[in-house]
Design a protein around this ligand. Structure first.
Ligand code: ZN
Length: 155
């Protein structure tokens, strides 16, 4: 394993051990549930909105290290953001994990800026079943933002 891969691994394990914002939100405005049958990951996302802004966000659930770490990093990255910004981060994250390997010349610096630490999860794109673990929380967030009542399932 390269030094860089080890760094990514450490980061995922650290978020898995101590997930940020792992809590039920009293007085959440929105919530949504997600389920990834390929791995058994379950998640509930809670959102408190202040106008157009994510005032608070929390999640609960159980699942593999990647689903927990991704959810933990999601809560950190959208906290305090506007709904439009949250949507932009979602799009950049989704694209990073589904576009496959990119060569450096085409690398989009704007996406790096949008993603911040989430860029650490880019290595997961090489493992399609793991991509479902990493995107579960994001699809669930999107459902919460839309006010969907049905459980999100990875297809
Ligand atoms: Zn998983």
């Amino acid at each position: 394993m390269s030094e860089l891969e080890e760094l990514y691994q450490d980061m995922i394990m650290e978020h898995n051990r101590k997930p940020r914002n792992f809590r039920l939100l009293d007085g959440a405005d929105r919530s949504a549930e997600g389920f990834n049958p390929f791995c058994g990951d379950t998640i509930t996302i809670y959102l408190a909105l202040d106008g157009d802004q994510v005032a608070d966000i929390g999640f609960q659930g159980s699942g593999c290290a990647i689903s927990r770490a991704s959810a933990s990093m999601l809560t950190e990255s959208v906290m305090g953001k506007s709904l439009t910004e949250a949507e932009q981060i979602f799009d950049a994250f989704h694209e990073m994990l589904t576009r496959g390997p990119v060569d450096e010349a085409e690398h989009d610096q704007d996406d790096d800026d949008t993603l911040g630490d989430l860029g650490m999860l880019s290595g997961i794109s090489a493992f399609p079943t793991r991509v479902k673990c990493a995107t579960l929380s994001w699809n669930t967030l999107k459902a919460a933002l839309r006010g969907d009542k049905e459980t999100v399932r990875t297809e």
